[in-house]
Design a protein around this ligand. Structure first.
Ligand SMILES: [Zn+2]
Length: 320
């Protein structure tokens, strides 16, 4: 197997990168206590393999996912049930010249708004005045009286975002945004349990993938780059086994777990600050870890046999 670690995606646009983490899911005890929320989930890097490791690997995945070839960078990750998942986009703050906006669709549902995938592309949209579902004017805190939702100010995260105190916000997505602006941890559950968010909203229309778009600002950013990596303690990165959970059997669904006390920020710029089209699209297919491991083992065997000088020669010494 090629000696690549596959944990950080270098994307084909200067300085764009991301990674996926799967630490153990937070759990709240039983009872009627209110959910007070948890701190940021720790790092636990996972490998996201290119779908085109070799033609056979790709064909095996294609049978499962029916790839659409729309220019996205496609990776596949193996998941156990009962772990959490978060996306690390903090490296985007180091982009030397431009701000970067990121949209994340989870099984075709926007993680920030709950809206389904648009028919065309993944447009950046700001919600500042009217409810996108009801076209009703918002009350000052972006509350729509018809749906009763407090909407986010936008359907994307960006390196330009600021919190209420005017400070940069860490570029990480831990889960589905809740009505208080916090997030409910992405957790993996078995298909058929009925807890998957897309499973509940879209039913059979959902996919088994994450779609992520990266859009650059039209102009160069004016402030010096802020490295949000500085704000984090990554010492947890190697602490313990991040993924101990039950065996996987069927499909993996992404559900909304415990509350994480991490709020997204607001982009102070108008939408015209951003390019119309993403610079890069990433698609991450999710499959049960044991299924992916079986395909990787077959791939390793193929690659291993190709490397040997004995390939193609008569070998072995079977007695029957
Ligand atoms: Zn509404």
């Amino acid at each position: 197997m090629r000696q690549e670690d596959y944990t950080v995606f270098p994307l084909p646009e200067d300085c764009l990168k991301m990674s996926v983490h799967m630490p153990r899911a937070y759990a709240d005890g039983p009872g009627d206590k209110p959910e007070t929320g948890h701190g940021l989930p720790p790092p636990a890097l996972v490998k996201a393999y290119p779908v085109d490791l070799d033609p056979e690997f790709r064909d095996s995945l294609d049978k499962k996912f029916s790839f659409t070839r729309d220019g996205a960078i496609c990776r596949v990750v193996g998941m156990k049930h009962g772990v959490s998942l978060w996306f690390d986009f903090r490296g985007l703050s180091d982009h030397p010249t431009h701000d970067v906006a990121v949209r994340v669709m989870v099984q075709d549902i926007c993680a920030l708004t709950g809206m389904p995938h648009e028919q065309f592309g993944m447009p950046l949209i700001q919600y500042r005045h009217r409810c996108p579902k009801h076209n009703e004017p918002f009350s000052p805190d972006l509350l729509c009286r018809f749906c009763g939702h407090r909407w986010p100010a936008q359907n994307y995260l960006s390196t330009a975002d600021r919190n209420e105190s005017g400070h940069p916000v860490a570029m990480r997505l831990n889960g589905f945004r809740d009505g208080k602006g916090r997030s409910r941890q992405f957790i993996t559950t078995k298909g058929g349990e009925g807890r998957g968010i897309a499973e509940q909203i879209l039913g059979n229309w959902r996919s088994f993938q994450f779609d992520i778009s990266f859009t650059l600002s039209r102009k160069e950013k004016v402030r010096p780059p802020v490295s949000s990596y500085d704000h984090y303690d990554d010492d947890d990165a190697t602490r313990g086994d991040p993924r101990k959970s039950s065996a996987s059997t069927t499909e993996v669904e992404i559900a909304a777990g415990a509350v994480i006390n991490h709020e997204t920020g607001t982009d102070p710029n108008g939408i015209e600050y951003w390019n119309d089209d993403p610079a890069v699209l990433v698609r991450i297919y999710c499959m049960p870890e044991d299924e992916l491991n079986a395909l990787l083992a077959e791939y390793a065997e193929r690659v291993g046999s190709q490397r040997s000088f004995l390939s193609g020669l008569k070998t072995g010494n079977r007695t029957c």
